[in-house]
Design a protein around this ligand. Sequence first.
Ligand SMILES: *Cc1c(COP(=O)(O)O)cnc(C)c1O
Length: 388
Amino acid sequence: MSERPEVGELTPPDRTLMGPGPSNVHPRVLRAMSTPLVGHLDPYFLEIMDEVKELLRYAFRTENEWTFPVSGTGTAAMEAAVGNLVEPGDTMLVPGNGYFGGRMAAIAERAGGDVVQVDAPWGEPLDRVDVAAAFDEHQPDVFGFVHAETSTGVLQPDVSELTSIAHDHDALVVADCVTSLGTAELRVDDWDVDVAYSGSQKGLSCPPGASPVTLNDRAVDKVQSRPEPPRSWYLDLSLLEDYWGEESAYHHTAPVTSVYALREGLRLVAEEGIEARWDRHREVAGELKAGVESMGLEMNAADEYWLPALNAVRVPDAVDADTVINRLLDEYDVEIAGGLGDLAGDVWRIGCMGYSANRRNVTYLLAALEAVLDDEGYDVRETSTAAN
Ligand SMILES: *Cc1c(COP(=O)(O)O)cnc(C)c1O
């Protein structure tokens, strides 16, 4: 038999989370999480669920009936969206300009779909001309794209043009909004996005665990007219709607505390106002961007596609990306991240999202980065305003 373990009290370090997520959890969210549990079918909880749906519709800018969180992280929401929309034999068009398009492709394949790709370099958005050409060539049934590509720091522009190309070809559109919900302009209804999904631990500053999805009528029709149910029972959106909708039918035990957290995170969005929140991200992350540029560093994405919530900064030659990341964590308790996939070793990914998107964090991060770079022998430009 193993011995009785002696494990110490939980004392996590107090990090400033400026990576690609999670972001720092808002204190009000932490407080909401320490309130008493109720049953997942308790009349009180059913009210909470309705409020969460209403708050989510506000954040997504949608009237969609089917709007609720799935239990799990952003990837669970991605799997729910793709796995319910893509039927065996369907063709799905996915983006090749970042890490998360690859994950969409892997999920679509497991759903029995045939995957085709529309490409752009990592660090650029999809070009509508290329998307239109891919539609003409492949006639996909479903088109997925990543609105805010956290691996490259690119915000996809012209979303309504992409959705109209898809709809002209009778295809449905799935948008990955994991990093854009609550950080960047996103208008699900105006832009005619059929399915959008997100996560809780990025722009909403909640812990990971309950991840929003929303489907319009066109998408609901496709889901409901499938001859074969989706392969995942747990993430079957029709069954989940039976729980989150009028019927309140037991499906699985909702992660009650995660739903409390999401409710509080979304309440903060509504209090701030969604447009004001988008503005705050541009403003605060704008100071971050100006600060790194004044040190002579370059952004990975062009200004037109800059994603305020995730600033991908090119690592200068002669500096080791990981050394800087590790020193920021060890010496300053600041978390930033390195590059993924094609950009591994080439960029730092500096998040500025949700509760973490504030001037104090940006000032502190710039000062810490400047000090570490200086110490690593990088010639921080004289013009630097980082520590001001
Ligand atoms: C973080 C992220 C995901 C995955 O979310 P998890 O919560 O890590 O499962 C998917 N897409 C994008 C764009 C992301 O940034």
